[in-house]
Write a protein that binds this ligand. Structure first.
Ligand code: FRU
Length: 545
């Protein structure tokens, strides 16, 4: 029923089908869809319904509303002059019922051993925790398109941090807002009263203001119930988000850190519901050329000593060393109430010197006291333009964090998690689309990775300048954004002896094997790099991944 130039009521058949497949066109204007079940609004989503041509389909799950009278109340922000009367839009003929939704991969750039959403847009990793042999990863998901929208916590799980299974969406938007980033903890002692061993998540409800809400799970993170008395933390600061909770054994309380404008606020709690503001950190410290987001705070060992120190992670966008998004960190002391940075305020430290490493946070409750981090392998400068359609964005490989000292400063050590060694397949002579390249180097040297199309990436170690760089200006598809073709350069602390280079269909991550340098960059070669040319004293081995 077309009721006006921008309003449609669309009655659905819920009896016979599992899904309505919605045709999406990324260039089309936004349609705001209210799902009405027996006259009540049960869901709202924003979808770019195809006006001319469906780029792809997304599934609207009807099974939840079986037996209800269901109507889509659709407001279309279409421009009649440019796109024609909405009656003529392609979507009406192309919508279809189905009992299945095909998530078989259609993308050549989809990584083989990095986590990606089965379909739709992804940004930050959220609520990561480990329990009973399983790693859980939630993520900022748009289940209704490959651009940022409808923020929902998607869920994937893994036994080995490499093979991920999509578990569906775990936390969906509600009347308080869409579900922005946050964290989850395993409440072993039932401090919150949701049950022993319950998973308790806190996320930002992004409504008219940003507030913090709780949800809990008593089935190991599969399904969540929202806490009835949400929100649990409010503020009049406009950018107020991304709560990260953790148990602090030093003070036998829960701590929480969240981004509040250009600072990080710290809180304490006994029960995960009532939070007391303690202090804030950040004024005048580090890089402030962007919004502070997605914090984390943890106690880490300083390598080769018997010292522990605290590290505060602060993701910032823009303001990164090569433009756009990046992860900075501060090392110091934390007494459960206040974080004190040990470096001078003007010292800025970056965890990864590539362009595609953002929203880095760690898993709660990881075994053996490990601090395992994963980042969103993208950059807000061009995340919406990267050349994939079925899905957008991957996570980095998992990395174990520690600290090391060098020339009077303490830095974050970043080592590819040991699970990646177990993924090494056969040694091979040539590069391939998914492999690990291990370089043993002596002194200044370089390697060029290239394909038959002449696309290449140049990796250069300059021992006297103490730098390592990656040039992706001719790496393949680079013209989707002016901000993409760049060379990234990292400081090297000490001498590089061995590099571990993880190559996947659309990414290259380089690590100093000793964990003193990390560099993560996307690349989109038309065909995989299959040749190596080396300069200097280099020996290498290639493992299939
Ligand atoms: C960081 C971020 C977070 C926010 C989320 C929304 O990339 O902006 O601060 O919670 O993305 O998707």
């Amino acid at each position: 029923m077309f009721l006006s130039s921008n309003h449609v009521l669309y009655r659905l058949d819920t009896k016979n089908y599992r899904y309505l497949l919605l045709p999406v066109e990324d260039r089309a204007e936004m349609s705001n869809i209210k799902v009405l079940a027996n006259n009540n609004q049960v869901k709202t989503i924003n979808v770019r319904l195809a006006s001319e041509y469906a780029d792809y389909y997304v599934p609207l799950d009807l099974s939840k509303y079986a037996g209800h009278e269901l109507i889509l109340d659709i407001h279309i922000n279409g421009n009649i002059r440019n796109e024609g009367a909405i009656k003529e839009w392609a979507c009406w003929k192309q919508m279809k019922y189905s009992d299945t939704f095909d998530i078989a991969n259609r993308e050549k750039f989809r990584p083989e051993y990095h986590h990606t959403p089965a379909y739709g847009w992804m940004n930050d990793p959220n609520g990561m925790f480990y329990k009973d042999g399983t790693w859980h990863l939630y993520f900022q998901h748009n289940p209704y398109g490959s651009l940022w929208e409808n923020m929902t916590w998607g869920h994937s799980s893994s036994k080995d941090l490499v093979h991920w299974k999509y578990e569906g969406d775990a936390i969906e938007p509600d009347a308080l807002g869409t579900i922005f980033s946050g964290s989850a903890v395993v409440d072993k002692n039932n401090t919150a009263g949701f049950g022993k061993g319950a998973i308790v998540a806190m996320y930002t409800s992004a409504g008219e203001n940003q507030t913090q809400s709780l949800a809990f799970s008593t089935d190991n993170g599969k399904t969540f119930t929202k806490y009835a008395a949400n929100p649990v933390i409010t503020s009049n600061v406009p950018d107020f988000r991304d709560p990260h909770m953790f148990w602090n054994d030093d003070i036998k309380k829960w701590n929480l850190i969240l981004a509040a404008g250009q600072e990080m606020n710290i809180y304490t709690s006994d029960n995960l519901k009532d939070w007391k503001f303690e202090s804030s950190f950040g004024h005048g410290y580090g890089d402030h050329n962007g919004v502070w987001e997605c914090p984390d705070l943890m106690k880490l060992k300083v390598r080769g000593t018997n010292k522990d120190k605290w590290m505060l992670i602060c993701n910032i966008n823009p303001g990164g060393p090569f433009g756009g998004s990046a992860t900075q960190y501060f090392v110091g002391d934390f007494d459960g109430h206040k974080f004190t940075c040990e470096s001078a305020p003007d010292v800025t430290k970056w965890m990864d010197y590539g362009k595609d490493h953002y929203a880095t946070v760690t898993f709660d409750n990881a075994p053996e006291g490990r601090h395992v981090a994963m980042a969103w392998m993208n950059n807000w400068q061009y995340a919406a333009q990267t050349p994939t359609t079925q899905y957008r964005s991957a996570n980095t490989v998992p990395r174990d964090l520690d600290l090391f000292e060098y020339e009077g400063q303490t830095y974050c050590g970043v080592i590819p998690s040991k699970e990646l060694i177990a993924m090494r397949g056969k040694k091979q002579n040539k590069l391939s689309n998914a492999c690990e390249l291990v370089l043993n180097i002596k002194g200044s040297s370089s390697v060029t990775l290239s394909n038959d199309k002449g696309e290449k990436v140049v990796l250069t170690y300059n021992e006297s300048k103490r730098t390592f760089s990656m040039d992706r200006t001719k790496s393949g598809k680079v013209d989707f954004s002016e901000a993409f073709p760049v060379t990234t350069t990292a400081p090297v602390y000490g001498k590089l002896k061995q590099l571990r280079i993880f190559i996947d269909n659309s990414s290259i991550e380089v690590f100093d094997a000793e964990g003193k340098m990390a560099m993560t960059n996307l690349v989109f070669p038309i065909t995989p790099y299959n040749k190596i040319v080396k300069k200097g004293k280099i020996k290498y081995a290639i493992y299939k991944m």
